[in-house]
Design a protein around this ligand. Structure first.
Ligand SMILES: NC(=O)c1ccc[n+]([C@@H]2O[C@H](COP(=O)([O-])OP(=O)(O)OC[C@H]3O[C@@H](n4cnc5c(N)ncnc54)[C@H](O)[C@@H]3O)[C@@H](O)[C@H]2O)c1
Length: 324
């Protein structure tokens, strides 16, 4: 298939591009590099540097695209509360322009990298797709808004659409001569922040709250290896059905506590990793874990790199070689 990957210079989109190319697809990356890295784009892909708002210039009816995998967006929940206008523009206005271009060009398949942040504070764990959607950040709200737009689009215009909702992505894609990992600036994710401490870039790690009703008092979060996540996107592309918008949660079903993450980072890096316990942050739920029962059943998705050790050691191999 000829596929457009938006956000293909970012962490997840660049790994998915590699897997698509490995599977024999033709890939065009659309990214304006506002947070991405040109070096992460697969050399075999065609790169167009532009915002998704201008997608119609690439996604013309003549270009013959079979599908779009949509990763471009802003992803920091904290920043989205301070600068909501940026998030509504990038994640909704831009995504709607992309959808207009998809319709005008007659593209048949659409896979959207959504987020489990659409659920907000969960009322049941692990979180099923049917859970109440009540996002607690502008980031989550903007992703939910586009999910809803996609549902209408699929039903009205026979688009084959799939949204994948997940929490924290971790690990790296490592092959001889290729290493793609997480490099957000500023970094807000626990594992890369802990690796910054291990690499001497920060003095200590802050753990927010140790009195939650969890096994060790720290928050429990869901992690998914970027390669397992990328494979789920390829399965979604394959299984997408015209006129349907399917939504799948992806996750471990169990999750790991923040303290457990710290222990594994210590094991993998050999660094003592000083930790300071800080007060709880407001709005942080005790546990966030997604159920991936439906994805396993309907997409045939089976994550392989499920241990924290797998994820942290791949992330560290990338970080040590390419970032530190
Ligand atoms: N990383 C995670 O833990 C995580 C968790 C859940 C969901 N997601 C979703 O996965 C997707 C990718 O996340 P990521 O971690 O790879 O983020 P990232 O910041 O590494 O990549 C996003 C890419 O999109 C590009 N981009 C942003 N806005 C754009 C625009 N308007 N036009 C063109 N390009 C634009 C950026 O330059 C960047 O290359 C996001 O949509 C995010 O909501 C990520």
């Amino acid at each position: 298939m000829k596929l457009l990957v938006t956000g293909g210079a970012g962490y997840v989109g660049s790994v998915v591009s590699r897997l698509l190319l490995d599977a024999g697809h033709e890939v065009v990356v659309l990214d304006d590099l506002r947070t991405g890295h040109e070096v992460a784009i697969a050399p075999e892909a065609t790169f167009v540097r532009a915002p998704i708002h201008d997608a119609a210039q690439v996604l013309t009816p003549e270009a013959g695209f079979d599908g779009v995998l949509h990763f471009a967006g802003l992803i920091a929940a904290g920043e989205s509360m301070a600068k909501p206008e940026l998030y509504w523009d990038a994640n909704v206005v831009g995504s709607l322009a992309l959808l207009d271009a998809v319709r005008a060009a007659g593209v048949r398949r659409f896979v959207f990298s959504s987020t489990a942040a659409v659920y907000g504070n969960p009322t049941e764990l692990p979180i099923p797709e049917s859970a109440v959607k009540h996002p607690t950040s502008t980031y989550g709200a903007t992703k939910l808004a586009f999910d809803l737009a996609l549902t209408s689009e699929a039903f009205a215009h026979e688009l084959a659409a799939v949204s994948l909702r997940y929490f924290n992505v971790a690990g790296a894609y490592l092959r001889p001569g290729i290493a793609i990992g997480e490099r957000h600036d500023p970094e807000t994710h626990l594992i890369p922040i802990a690796l910054q401490v291990a690499a001497g870039k920060r003095d200590k790690l802050q753990l927010f709250g140790d009195d939650y009703p969890t096994e060790d008092g720290t928050c429990v979060r869901d992690y998914i290896h970027v390669e397992d996540l990328a494979r789920a996107h390829l399965l979604a592309l394959e299984k997408a059905t015209p006129g349907e918008h399917k939504i799948y949660n992806l996750g471990s079903g169990a999750g790991f506590s923040n303290r457990r993450v710290v222990e594994v980072v210590r094991e993998v890096t050999g660094h003592p990793l000083p930790v300071e316990t800080a007060p709880r942050r407001s709005g942080d739920p005790a546990a966030l874990v997604a159920s991936s029962e439906l994805a396993r059943r309907e997409l045939g998705w089976t994550p392989v790199k499920t241990t924290l050790h797998d994820m942290v050691s791949d992330a560290w191999a990338f970080y040590r070689e390419h970032v530190a």
